[in-house]
Design a binder for this molecule. Structure first.
Ligand SMILES: Nc1ncnc2c1ncn2[C@@H]1O[C@H](COP(=O)(O)OP(=O)(O)O)[C@@H](O)[C@H]1O
Ligand SMILES: [Mg+2]
Length: 349
């Protein structure tokens, strides 16, 4: 799957509420993009910048190489001219997360030629959205349960480090590089919209209303649509929407064709609010509806019972007779796609 197809779903790109700032940044990136005409751009002392592998909403992600040991890296770039500096914050969140399974190692943060902020991190594999496409745009219950159990563990760690994520979507979860030791690990990337929800004195941020939308409309919680300050419960509700998306292949509020973004968000909100959990989860095991009901009942300040949720999914996994062999729907299929070829070759440009 070629990288350019990452956002092949137009709705999904448009759904991202960071849109206006991001497209401004993208314009600056394109205008000042002498990165593609320079033969050799080095970040820090030893990271060589290679070809583009991802276009984010506020910049771009390039492949790179550590010239000291030939290891591949990913380099996230943000134009210094842009008004909103996110990358600095993002690297701070990665530092707070620390070295932990399922989060990329960060090697360096600094500037390139006074033009870009650059974050150099571990090079990882395709995103869940790309894998979803490779698998025909539905995942089996086994794959969804493996993803869910693993992401609940990742999010528990994020919350232990006082951070809420606020950008749940399949494009922001990736696996390790195919054929590597980490191929079976699901990683959380992109802390561009994250926020500290506990202050220095250990106090939870206060409940607020009339907040501007943050996140991706397709997956965000109903409370986020309603302008309520996000907390742990909203990440978990968005995860639930993503699990249902994987199982069903789509969500009932997808595909609204309205040019006006505000009107589109309003319609998505209305459909989300009026779709009963039973209807949303119709045909799925009842544990999926139980998950949705549980997270939607959580109080703004409440600590979710991650272990209870994981156990519910693990019990379902066992009852269905699935084997915990880390075999996902995409396992064994990645080498037969253009993805493998395009990703495995490092090119300077
Ligand atoms: N460490 C990485 N290794 C491999 N691919 C990556 C890495 N980081 C990002 N990408 C790819 O680039 C895309 C955009 O990166 P992301 O950090 O999500 O940026 P944005 O904040 O602009 O969405 C991701 O969806 C992913 O496909
Ligand atoms: Mg992203």
């Amino acid at each position: 799957m070629a990288r350019s197809n990452t956002n092949n779903n137009v709705n999904n790109t448009m759904d991202n509420v960071r849109g206006s700032v991001m497209s401004e940044n993208r314009r600056i990136l394109m205008q000042s993009s002498n990165l593609s005409s320079t033969n050799l751009v080095i970040v820090g002392t030893n990271f060589k910048v290679g070809r583009k592998i991802g276009r984010g909403n506020f910049g771009e992600v390039r492949m790179g190489k550590n010239i000291a040991n030939d290891e591949l890296v990913a380099i996230k770039l943000e134009p210094m001219k842009s008004k909103h500096h996110q990358l600095q914050l993002e690297q701070k969140f990665y530092r707070m997360i620390g070295v932990c399974d399922g989060f990329p190692k960060v090697f360096y943060y600094g500037q390139i030629e006074q033009k870009y902020n650059a974050l150099v991190m571990e090079y990882l594999g395709p995103s869940l959205e790309e894998l979803f496409n490779i698998c025909g745009r539905t995942f089996s219950l086994k794959t969804v349960l493996l993803i869910a159990i693993s992401l609940l563990t990742r999010f528990e760690h994020i919350y232990e480090r006082n951070i809420i994520y606020r950008d749940v979507k399949p494009e922001n979860f990736v696996i390790g590089p195919p054929s590597s030791r980490k191929e079976k690990t699901i990683f959380v990337i992109d802390f561009g919209l994250a926020k500290e929800y506990v202050d220095e004195s250990g106090e939870h941020i206060p409940y607020r209303e009339h907040k501007s939308l943050t996140g991706t409309a397709r997956y965000m919680s109903v409370n986020t649509h309603l302008g309520r300050e996000q907390s742990r419960r909203d990440d978990l509700e968005a995860l639930g929407h993503m699990f249902v998306y994987f199982l069903r292949g789509s969500l009932p509020w997808q595909g609204i064709r309205v040019d006006n973004a505000k009107e589109r968000y309003r319609q998505i909100k209305e459909i989300k609010r009026s779709t009963a959990i039973e209807v949303l989860c119709d045909g799925q095991p009842e544990e999926i509806a139980t998950y949705m009901k549980y997270v939607k009942k959580l109080d703004f300040y409440e600590k979710p019972d991650y272990e209870w949720l994981r156990k519910m999914f693990r019990d379902l996994f066992d009852r269905r007779g699935f084997v915990d062999d880390s075999v996902f729907d995409w396992t064994g299929r990645l080498h037969h796609t253009s993805f493998a070829t395009s990703r495995n070759s490092y090119q300077q440009q």
